[in-house]
Design a protein around this ligand. Structure first.
Ligand code: F6R
Length: 609
């Protein structure tokens, strides 16, 4: 989703701004642009589509200046075309924006009535004109920005240039993240740690309501009440390099194959290997008496929550709810005062999940975020945070972050079960043993990628498909369907296998591909009954099961395609059955020739509602 970079230096900045934009590409974007000030005049270059088109334009249009801002845009107001790309400018002001201005229509109408001519369909341009009108009324640059913030409603992070202040870069935060990184005789602004880490070894996040005035050697931050404040400067300790793809064609493929390694890393942070016991850190509240658990998330992270529900229910004996953040935050259901709410997010910036977190905190819930990006907004806003240690995930479709989220959720469920007496030490050891087996089980599936490639060739022309499963395999099915939809643009639906006969069975016809996840567990026989219903309607079944499952299926095995995985248990099954689905989606997308790492319309960090 939209990314901001900005820089004030002693040197020319345009090429550094473009490099900075490249570090924001992974967030997803549809257009880009940069603006600089030279001789107190604002200049800009923008382009629709990939950054290479911006670079091509910059070969013929030089953009001099020691100060500038840049932006990758993910369309909200206005189609993805050059006129809507940021920066938006007037003769006095340039603005880049991440977020949404909610009272855009009202403000735009007022400005039009006052004679303002708009050049784009964006909400951001409104802000540009408002700041300009305050400057025209005689206010200073800083006061104009401050006054404009009072006029707008919504979520935003802004980078602002004012032509009459060619040595000052302004940054504003109101709900969307923005941070400052400082280096030798130059200072940067950026949307995230990664965008700044190439230039600075430290990062200072603004807080909501802050406005920063940044010069090349120093900066000042003013809070909501206009007081000069200090914000914590953190060092960028973790390596935030987006490692190369190496032998892999796409980041997604690399990230799928990294799973044994990153899962092992995640486990090593939460398991004391010497004693085969958990070492999840203590949280700043008593987990032994919590009355219920609510898991809140979006997309794949929500499916991770649905899988984890089973663990929390079985291991802790407390009531568990799983909520889609965008629904939950507006439903505002009553919450038990002794409840624990867990927010799951790879980015830690998803607007709906973050808003739900703030809402739950205001209700006095104990909160914990499970995130990949350690210094993210969710991390900073929750009472406690557990990192998943997946490493940077660049492919827009979540793969390794999803499975590492499951690791942390399983560990937390076992920990609460131990604390409230629902599990004994032997059970903890058994579950830990199972957790420790996951990297090996996943590697075994990865070793069989050739079989998946063949399967993908057989399925390369499909236009629609169903993924079915029971129990934990139902959210695994939904996650499998989501992966296929996202990167190959093939319609896919994940459904509870037992519920199929109440509607989706009408879709079954000759050769319709149906993926069935059937580990040989207590739900196996019931799943096989549903399998029979599918076969009876001539659909084309791809059964994911283990040796025992295949044996028990008897003569039916001649009528279907199968992919065999290792035997699993309640802990390992969701991991082991997720892997083939990730690979199937990847290889079908590869055959279709889609943009696997940056699928159309999708963003890595969804910072708007
Ligand atoms: C799917 C995917 C998305 C994210 C969702 C939430 O592959 O990546 O569905 O899971 O946008 O994002 P986070 O986890 O960053 O809150």
């Amino acid at each position: 989703m939209c990314g901001i970079i900005g820089l004030v230096s002693k040197k020319e900045v345009s090429s550094t701004l473009v490099e900075g934009l490249k570090r924001l590409e992974y967030r997803g974007y549809d257009s880009s642009g940069i603006a600089t000030i030279s001789n107190e005049k604002i200049e800009r270059v923008r382009s629709k589509g990939n950054l290479k088109f911006l670079e091509e334009k910059l070969l013929s249009t030089s953009l001099p200046g020691n100060i500038g801002i840049g932006h990758t845009r993910w369309a909200t107001h206005g189609t993805p075309e050059e006129k809507n790309a940021h920066p938006h400018i007037t003769d006095k002001v340039a603005v880049v924006h991440n977020g949404i201005i909610e009272n855009n229509n009202q403000l735009r109408n007022q400005l039009i009535e006052a004679g303002t001519k708009f050049a784009s369909d964006t909400d951001t341009e409104v802000v540009c004109h408002i700041i300009t009108s305050y400057i025209n009324s005689g206010l200073s640059a800083y006061d104009s920005i401050r006054a404009s913030i009072n006029d707008i409603r919504g979520t935003y992070a802004f980078g602002v240039l004012i032509a009459s202040e060619p040595n000052k870069l302004f940054a504003v935060r109101g709900g969307s993240p923005i941070a400052i990184g400082s280096a030798d005789e130059e200072n940067y602004i950026g949307s995230d740690t990664y965008s700044l880490s190439a230039y600075s070894d430290n990062i200072t996040y603004l807080k909501d309501g802050d406005i920063a005035i940044i010069e090349n050697k120093s900066y000042e931050i003013f809070d909501q009440s206009n007081s000069l404040v200090e914000r914590e400067k953190q060092s960028i300790i973790e390596s935030v390099t987006l490692s190369e793809k190496g032998i892999f064609k796409h980041f997604m493929s690399k990230e799928i194959h990294e799973q044994p390694e990153v899962i092992a890393k995640s486990l090593s942070n939460y398991i004391d290997m010497d004693n085969s016991l958990l070492c999840v850190p203590d949280l700043p509240y008593d987990l032994s008496t919590i009355s219920n658990v609510t898991l809140v998330a979006c997309g794949s992270s929500y499916y991770a929550g649905l899988i984890a529900r089973d663990w929390f229910e079985k291991f802790t004996n407390v009531k568990v709810d799983v909520e889609i953040a965008s629904e939950f935050r507006y439903r505002e259901p009553p919450m038990d005062s002794n409840g624990l709410t867990i927010f799951i997010s790879q980015s830690g910036e998803t607007a709906d999940t973050l808003a739900a977190l703030k809402h739950c905190k205001s209700l006095g819930q104990k909160t914990i975020s499970i995130v990949n990006v350690g210094d993210s907004s969710m991390c900073r806003n929750s009472h406690a945070s557990l990192k998943i240690f997946a490493g940077p995930e660049i492919g827009v479709a979540s793969t390794k972050a999803f499975t590492c989220q499951l690791i942390v959720l399983a560990c937390l469920a076992i920990k609460i079960g131990r604390l409230n007496g629902s599990l004994n030490k032997d059970q903890e050891k058994d579950y830990v043993k199972s957790l420790l087996s996951i990297p090996r089980l996943i590697s075994n599936t990865l070793d069989k990628e050739d079989e998946i490639v063949k399967l993908a060739h057989d399925l390369s022309n499909i236009t629609t498909t169903l993924y079915l499963g029971r129990g934990q395999m139902y959210p695994v099915a939904m996650e499998g369907a989501l992966k296929l939809k996202e990167i190959s643009y093939v319609h896919a639906e994940g459904y509870p296998a037992g519920e199929m006969k109440h509607g989706p069975i009408a879709l079954l016809e000759r050769d319709l591909p149906v993926f069935m996840m059937a580990p040989s567990n207590t739900l196996y026989e019931k799943t096989v009954s549903n399998l029979n219903e599918v076969i009876a309607r001539d659909a084309s079944v791809i059964l994911l099961t283990d040796e025992k499952g295949l044996e028990n299926i008897g003569y039916l095995k001649d009528k279907i395609k199968t992919f065999l995985v290792d035997e699993t248990d309640i802990i390992s099954a969701p991991f082991v059955y997720t892997l083939p689905n990730q690979l199937i989606a990847y290889h079908i997308a590869l055959l279709k020739g889609t943009d696997v790492d940056q699928p159309r319309n999708l963003a890595k960090s969804v910072t708007v509602e």
